[in-house]
Design a protein around this ligand. Structure first.
Ligand code: ARG
Length: 462
C-alpha cells in the first residue's frame, strides 16, 4: 500500500507552526540547496537504508518501505538527468527530496522522516559522500606516486645537485629526489586513511540531538550502509565535524606537498636551472612576450594551496565557539569540503600527468652537481683515515677557499694540491672527486646511491 497521492504541493514541509512565510532574502541567505544538492545520491542512499530499517522494526509496512525505495530511485533518476525542479524554498537537498517523495506517493512518503532529523541526516550524508571521495583521493595519490616512481626508475644514475638553503650542497640523483616526494605522498595516504576511519561512523538514530523514543535499529542501518561503527553519543553524533577537520587537515598538508613540488618544477624549468623542459601541453604563453612559455599549471597548484589551507582554517574557526549540539553554523562545512575536493583532485591528476610528460636535461643537472658539492666527501675521506671531523672540516674549508680564489674547477685539483693541505691524502683521493663516485658511495640506509635507491624502489612497489 503506497498511501494516497497528494496533488497539492506544499510550499514547505516544516512550517506548520508559522503563520507567515520567510522573507525571500532570508530564504536565499539560509538555504544550502544551491550547494548541498551534490549530496543527493548519498541522501537517497541513507534514506533507503533508513526506510528498510523502519519496516524491519515495524514502524512502517514493508510495502511502504518498498514504495519509498522505488520512488527515491525515480527521484534520483530525475536529478541525474536534470529533470528535477529545485526550489530554493526547500532550504536543502534533504527537504527537496522529501517534498518530491511526498508529492509522488503522499502519506507513505510522509513516514520516511520517522525517528530522524535533518541533523543526523546531514551528518550521515556528508559522511557517506566523503567516504567515496576519500577512496577516490587514495586512487589519485597512488597514480601520482606511480608517475614519480616511473621517472625515478629511469633515473637512479642521473646525478643532480641536492640543495640546502637553495645553495648547491651535495650530489644526489633525480630518482632520490623524486622518491622524497613519494615518502610525502605515502604519509598523505596514511592521513587520508585515518580520516576515512573517522568518517566511517554511522550517526543516524541520534535524531535532532537526543535520540528517539521509537524502537529503531541503528546497527541495522549501519550494516546496510557498510559502516562498522555507530556514533555512541547522540549529541556528539549531530555536532561532530572532526571527520571534516581530519579530511581538511590531510588535504591542506597534501596541498602543501603539491605546492613544494610545483615550486621545484617552476625552478627546474626556468632558464636559470634548465634541469627540465616543460611540455607544450602543460605550458601557457604570454599575451605580450612572444618567447614566453609559462608554468601556469604548477603556479596555480602552488597558488591554490592557499584556499585549501583557508578551507581548514575556516572550518576550525566555524567550530571553535559552537555549543552542543547542532547549530546552523555547521551548514558551512559542505562548501569547505567541496572546495578542498575540487582543488586537490584535479591538482593530483594533473601533477601525475605533468611528471609523466616532463623531459629532463641530464647534462645540465650533471654540470650543476660537480664542484664544491664534493667538499664533504673529501672531509669524510680524511675522517676515514683517522682525522677528527672538525679538523677535516677546517682543512677542506681552506682547500675550498684556495680553490675559489684560484678560479680553477674543484674537480681538477691534483693530488699535490690536496697534499699541500693534508699529508693524509693519498692517490685514491683524486678519484673521489667526481659526482658519480660521491653518489655511489652514499650507501647508507635511506641514502642516494643508485644501489640504495634501487632497493628502495623495490620496496615501494608500483
Ligand atoms: N541544511 C542543513 C545543513 O546543511 C541541514 C540540517 C539542518 N537542520 C536544521 N535544524 N536547520 O547542515
Amino acid at each position: 500500500m503506497a498511501g494516497k497521492k497528494t496533488t497539492a504541493r506544499p510550499r514547505n514541509l516544516i512550517r506548520g507552526r508559522f503563520a507567515r512565510g520567510r522573507l525571500p532574502e532570508v530564504e536565499a541567505f539560509t538555504a544550502s540547496l544551491p550547494f548541498d544538492r551534490r549530496l543527493y545520491h548519498h541522501d537517497i542512499l541513507g534514506s533507503i537504508a533508513h526506510a528498510r530499517m523502519l519496516a524491519r522494526v515495524g514502524l512502517i509496512r514493508r510495502s511502504e518501505a518498498q514504495a519509498i525505495e522505488r520512488t527515491l530511485r525515480e527521484i534520483e533518476g530525475e536529478i541525474d538527468s536534470g529533470r528535477f525542479r529545485f526550489d530554493i524554498a526547500d532550504e536543502d537537498i534533504h527537504l527537496a527530496i522529501e517534498r518530491r517523495l511526498i508529492a509522488k506517493i503522499g502519506d507513505c512518503g510522509r513516514k520516511l522522516h520517522t525517528a530522524r532529523s535533518r541533523n543526523d541526516q546531514v551528518a550521515l550524508d556528508l559522511r557517506l559522500y566523503l567516504r567515496d571521495q576519500l577512496k577516490e583521493i587514495e586512487g589519485l595519490i597512488r597514480a601520482l606516486r606511480a608517475a614519480l616512481i616511473r621517472v625515478a626508475r629511469r633515473n637512479t644514475e642521473t646525478v643532480m645537485p641536492g640543495y640546502t638553503h637553495l645553495q648547491r650542497a651535495q650530489p644526489v640523483s633525480l630518482a632520490h629526489h623524486l622518491l622524497a616526494y613519494v615518502e610525502m605522498l605515502d604519509r598523505d595516504r596514511e592521513r587520508f586513511a585515518q580520516a576515512l576511519a573517522r568518517t566511517e561512523v554511522m550517526p543516524l538514530g541520534a535524531g535532532a540531538l537526543a535520540g528517539t523514543t521509537l524502537p529503531i535499529d541503528r546497527r541495522m542501518v549501519a550494516r546496510e550502509l557498510g559502516f562498522k561503527r555507530i556514533a555512541l553519543n547522540s549529541m556528539d553524533a549531530v555536532s561532530d565535524r572532526d571527520f571534516v577537520l581530519d579530511f581538511l587537515a590531510a588535504a591542506a598538508i597534501l596541498a602543501v606537498h603539491l605546492s613544494r613540488m610545483s615550486e621545484e618544477l617552476i625552478l627546474w624549468t626556468s632558464s636559470e636551472f634548465g634541469f627540465a623542459i616543460l611540455p607544450d601541453e602543460f605550458s601557457t604563453g604570454s599575451s605580450m612576450m612572444p618567447q614566453k612559455k609559462n608554468p601556469d599549471l604548477a603556479e596555480l597548484i602552488r597558488g591554490k594551496t592557499g584556499r585549501v589551507i583557508g578551507d581548514l582554517v575556516a572550518m576550525l574557526t566555524t567550530l571553535k565557539g559552537l555549543p552542543l549540539a547542532y547549530n546552523s553554523d555547521l551548514q558551512e562545512d559542505k562548501e569547505r569540503v567541496f572546495d578542498a575536493l575540487d582543488t586537490i583532485k584535479p591538482a593530483l591528476d594533473l601533477m601525475a600527468k605533468l611528471w609523466g610528460a616532463l623531459r629532463f636535461d641530464r647534462a645540465a643537472m650533471r654540470r650543476a652537481a660537480g664542484g664544491f658539492a664534493l667538499a664533504t666527501d673529501l672531509a669524510e675521506y680524511l675522517v676515514a683515515r683517522g682525522m677528527p671531523f672538525r679538523e677535516a672540516h677546517e682543512v677542506i674549508g681552506a682547500l675550498v677557499r684556495e680553490t675559489a680564489e684560484s678560479g680553477r674547477p674543484f674537480e681538477q685539483r691534483t693530488l699535490d694540491d690536496l697534499r699541500r693541505h693534508s699529508p693524509a691524502f693519498k692517490e685514491d683521493a683524486v678519484t673521489l672527486l667526481t659526482a658519480e663516485n660521491s653518489l655511489a658511495r652514499r650507501t647508507v640506509a635511506g641514502g642516494p646511491s643508485p644501489q640504495t635507491v634501487r632497493k628502495r624502489l623495490k620496496e615501494l612497489g608500483r
